[in-house]
Design a protein around this ligand. Sequence first.
Ligand SMILES: [Zn+2]
Length: 231
Amino acid sequence: MALFNKHLLSLLLTLAATQAVHAVDYVVTNTAPTTAGGARFNNEIGADYSRQTLASATDFIWRTFQQTNPADRKNVQKVSLFVDDMDGVAYSSNNEIHASARYIGSYSGDLKREITGVLYHEMTHIWQWNGNGQTPGGLIEGIADFVRLKANYAPSHWVQPGQGDRWDQGYDVTARFLDYLNSLRNGFVAELNKKMRTGYSANYFVELLGKNVDQLWRDYKAKYGKSSMLA
Ligand SMILES: [Zn+2]
C-alpha cells in the first residue's frame, strides 16, 4: 500500500509539473495606487479579478483562433498587467499590458465591464500573429476588437454593422467587417490569423473567401444599404 501511494504521489507530481510547463502566469502590478484611478482600480476591479480575466481572455482567444494544440499558439509563459499613471487607455508590448489609471479614474459607466473588454482587446495582441510585422495595423486592431465583440464586451458607442469608410480603418469598423466575413465562412478570422503566422498577403482574403478584400468591403456596404454610404 505504501509503495502504491508512493507511485501515485510520483504520478501526481509528474502531472502537476507537466501542467506547470504549459500554464501561463499572470502578474498584476498597480504602480499608481496613490492616484485616484489607481485607488479606484484596487476598489472596483482588483488584482484577483484582473488575473481571472486575463486567464479567461486567453482561453477565449485560443478557442476563437482554433488553437487547440499548444504548438499552434505563441510561446508565452508569462503576461504582466501594469496599472500606470499615464494618458490613453491601454497598450501592450513584450507580453506586458499597460492600462491607464487616469482612464480608470475618469471612466463613467460600468467600469468593470469596460476594463474587462479592454483586457480582452489587449490580450488578443499578446496572442495574435502579425505576419512577421507585415499585417496592416488596422487589421491587427480590428482582430483585437473582433475578439472583444465575440466575447460580448463591445461598448455601446461602437459603430453599427455596415458603418465606416475603409475595411482597414481598424478597431470597431474593421471588427464589424470581420464579423461579416466570419458569417460568410465560419472560422474565417481563425484561419486568417493562422495564415499570418509567417507573413501577410492581401491574397489571403481571396484564398479564404474567393474575392479580394475591396470587393468584400463593397459587398458588405451594399448589404447594409445606401443610407450608410451617405456619410
Ligand atoms: Zn489594440
